[in-house]
Design a protein around this ligand. Structure first.
Ligand code: HEC
Ligand code: HEC
Length: 207
């Protein structure tokens, strides 16, 4: 298996500056209380059944924290979440991140067998001729991501949500990877719709 990854150098250089450790100070109970407003869309156990919405259970705390700051500032524009985080302090957001990170992610869903092999190939080996990196390089072979680096876990995310995000990076609509050198836009802009469907299908059954 060949893993192509041109991003390792900037990641390693960037890591030292961006390490985030909310767990030290996090108050899980306060996080649970503050997340009551989120239940309608993200579910009480953090594993929503609504396919357009992301599950948050078991997601890395640093990733959740970073995304909530992007959502609060409007850098990641989520109209459905308008006003949700506006009045929350960084500390409250860190507590919420720690709360969701402590929950167990949902099991993988049924797979469409048609494009499973193509999806597995992209996930594990990338597409060498198009310089698409293997997803495993950053999201890990089991899909759990790289928690200290803030690379998200993909476990428990629905196929629909995965496809939406990959297309949003591809079209340049989601730019929250800016501080990470644009690595997801770089990866996604090479992918066709069929490749996105295949890799999302494979990932959605990873558990
Ligand atoms: C009305 C529905 C709704 C409510 C309420 C809501 N969210 Fe969301 N949230 C969404 C949707 C939809 C997305 C994904 C949008 C997209 O990028 O496609 C999202 C995305 C997120 C993400 C990014 C997840 C990822 O994997 O990148 C986080 C973190 C998040 N929400 C946290 C919260 C928190 C914390 C609250 C409560 C304070 C909350 N949300 C309330 C709908 C909602
Ligand atoms: C070089 C590292 C790297 C590689 C390779 C990589 N990713 Fe990512 N991925 C990231 C980072 C970092 C983020 C979060 C960026 C941000 O803040 O928006 C991310 C975010 C994502 C998200 C959004 C998750 C969410 O909860 O919203 C999806 C989906 C995703 N990647 C899928 C893939 C797939 C599929 C591949 C392989 C084709 C891949 N990634 C390859 C680093 C990588």
């Amino acid at each position: 298996m060949s893993i192509y990854c041109k991003h390792f150098a900037p990641i390693l250089i960037g890591l030292g500056a961006s390490l985030f450790v909310p767990a030290q100070a996090a108050d899980l109970q306060a996080g649970e209380q503050a997340s009551v407003a989120c239940i309608a869309c993200h579910a009480a156990d953090g594993s929503t059944l609504l396919p357009e919405y992301p599950s948050l259970a078991g997601q890395g705390a640093k990733y959740l924290y970073d995304q909530m700051l992007h959502i609060r500032s409007g850098e990641r524009n989520i109209p459905l979440m308008a006003g949700q985080l506006d009045t929350m302090s960084d500390e409250t957001i860190a507590n919420i991140a720690a709360w969701y990170a402590s929950l167990t992610p949902r099991q993988g869903q049924a797979l469409d067998m048609g494009n499973l092999e193509d999806g597995e190939q992209i996930y594990r080996a990338g597409i060498t001729e198009k310089s698409v990196s293997a997803c495993t390089a950053c999201h890990s072979p089991s899909g759990t991501g790289n928690v200290p680096a803030g690379f998200p876990s993909l476990k428990g995310l629905s196929r629909t949500y995965l496809v939406q995000q990959l297309k949003a990076y591809r079209e340049g609509e989601r730019t929250t990877d800016e501080r990470m050198g644009g690595m997801m836009r770089d990866t996604a802009h090479q992918l066709t719709d069929a490749e996105i469907e295949a890799v999302a299908n494979y990932i959605s059954g990873l558990l």
